[in-house]
Design a protein. Structure first.
Length: 273
């Protein structure tokens, strides 16, 4: 009887202890778990519409994407409604080729370019179809493009230097070597930026094919662009933006001034819903 009483007493003590411990735990404040940081989805640029002072300079560029949001095409439409297009082809999300169409239809392609990458996945060689020229691209430690060498029949044709300030391209100097001459054609492009978001971040591959588009690799938007030829003309374009609540531009007014040139107009940025 004594053993049974001791067992019951011990059991009750154990239950009381467990009950008190449970109450103590439930009284403690449960630490809050911080939700994981989710990167904000970038808006996809649908089109850029330019309305110039002279209607013949009006233009629209429409951007097209694959299902995985990689860029499929740039379609350029001029003031007369004529279209041209460049189309981008991938393998395992890596761009392997682009082709050009004078009609804006991928089935009417006239020429293209294939690509070679280094072990870090950076584009280092561009080989156009049916041409003897070749482009070689060089990067800095931050994986920013800093040199572009263009060869024709193994002769150096262009040697371009790109200068970055932070994540923005601030200077692009292009040196063209004149075949059979010691003369050189030197053109320098300079850029100043705002502190807002660049909408062209959704179409980075289009920046690699035309020198004037390289600035699209920058983090912010150009507020002033200067173009100067050594020993020759120079001009400057200034931009004033209107932004949305995500700090991406929706509109820009621009004014171009320089020797023998002048233009002004507006640019509209349209995003996919």
């Amino acid at each position: 009887m004594m053993k049974q009483s001791m067992f019951i007493t011990g059991a009750m003590f154990s239950l009381l202890t467990l009950s008190l411990f449970s109450c103590k735990k439930s009284d403690d404040t449960t630490p809050e778990v911080e939700p994981p940081v989710v990167a904000e989805a970038r808006p996809l640029l649908d089109s850029v519409i330019t309305i110039a002072a002279s209607p013949e300079w009006n233009s629209t560029t429409a951007y097209r994407y694959n299902a995985d949001s990689t860029q499929y095409a740039d379609i350029s439409i001029n003031a007369n409604g004529g279209a041209q297009g460049v189309f981008f082809l991938y393998s395992n999300k890596q761009l392997i080729r682009f082709v050009f169409s004078e009609t804006g239809n991928v089935n009417d392609t006239t020429n293209g370019t294939t690509f070679i990458y280094d072990t870090k996945g950076r584009l280092i060689i561009r080989n156009p179809d049916n041409w003897a020229n070749r482009d070689s691209l060089v990067y800095n430690d931050a994986n920013q493009l800093v040199r572009i060498f263009k060869y024709y029949s193994d002769e150096l044709y262009y040697a371009d230097t790109l200068t970055w300030t932070g994540k923005n391209l601030t200077r692009y100097k292009s040196v063209q070597y004149i075949y059979g001459s010691e003369d050189r054609y030197v053109e320098t492009h300079s850029f100043k930026y705002d502190d807002k978001r660049n909408p062209f971040v959704s179409v980075p591959v289009s920046a690699f094919f035309f020198p004037e588009n390289i600035c699209r690799l920058s983090e912010n938007n150009i507020v002033e662009y200067s173009d100067e030829v050594e020993g020759g003309r120079s001009n400057t374009t200034k931009y004033t933006y209107t932004y949305n609540d995500k700090n991406y531009p929706t509109n820009a007014a621009y004014v171009l001034t320089g020797e023998g040139v002048s233009d002004e107009g507006t640019i509209r940025f349209v995003y996919k819903k």
